[in-house]
Design a protein around this ligand. Sequence first.
Ligand code: SF4
Length: 245
Amino acid sequence: MADLVLATDDAGGPEIFASLQGEGPSVGTPVAFIRLSRCNLACTWCDTAYTWRFEGDNRPHRNGTTFERKANQVTLSPEKAAAKIAALGQKRLVITGGEPLMQCGPLADMLAILPDIEVEIETNGTTRANAHVDIRVDQYNVSPKLAHSGNDVELALIPERLDFYASDPRAFFKFVIAEPEDVDEVLDLQRRHMIRPDRVFLMAEGITSEALRTRQKWLSDLCLRHGFRFSDRLHIHLYGDERGT
Ligand code: SF4
């Protein structure tokens, strides 16, 4: 049985914690979180760059920081990860990253030990779960990355993957918006992949309450105009941009 590769918390332990879900359709719900390390994309504004931008990775990131791999990754067996999650006593589990679907084998082993927990997966939408993980998923939070993320479009927006998630009633789409023009790209994707507007969330980019509130003023109007849903980033207001929250 392969181990999971997790991000670390501030104390250097695996980033498994209880908190309120801060984004998307389940915002405000008390959940357990597990944050897996590694990502197949490299967003310039990524707020969890410690999951992928290790020393020697020169892909652009707005603050230029690189992270020591040894201090920011920890391996854990599926059994130990499941025990830590169970000890948090939550009904629902959010599996996030990084890109968590890069580790479906050990994830399936972990979920097999947690047969009753509800499962929400946060993915960038470029990959799919294997059958053993997929059968356990109650909700996908799919966050395709727009041009302002700095990723090559061929890597970030894979048409057959977007079609797959658009046709899955468990999937919600959450787009990070930095400028009003970004919503034109969302509208184009929504039309091309026939995504129901009530399954689309627009979420302001920002890692401070002030930055979020500034962008949310115009973003709320755009949600109303296009029939999209609005997502806050509750954890930023409650705890700031901190690990383990
Ligand atoms: S897909 Fe998510 S985890 Fe990966 S670089 Fe982008 S924001 Fe960060």
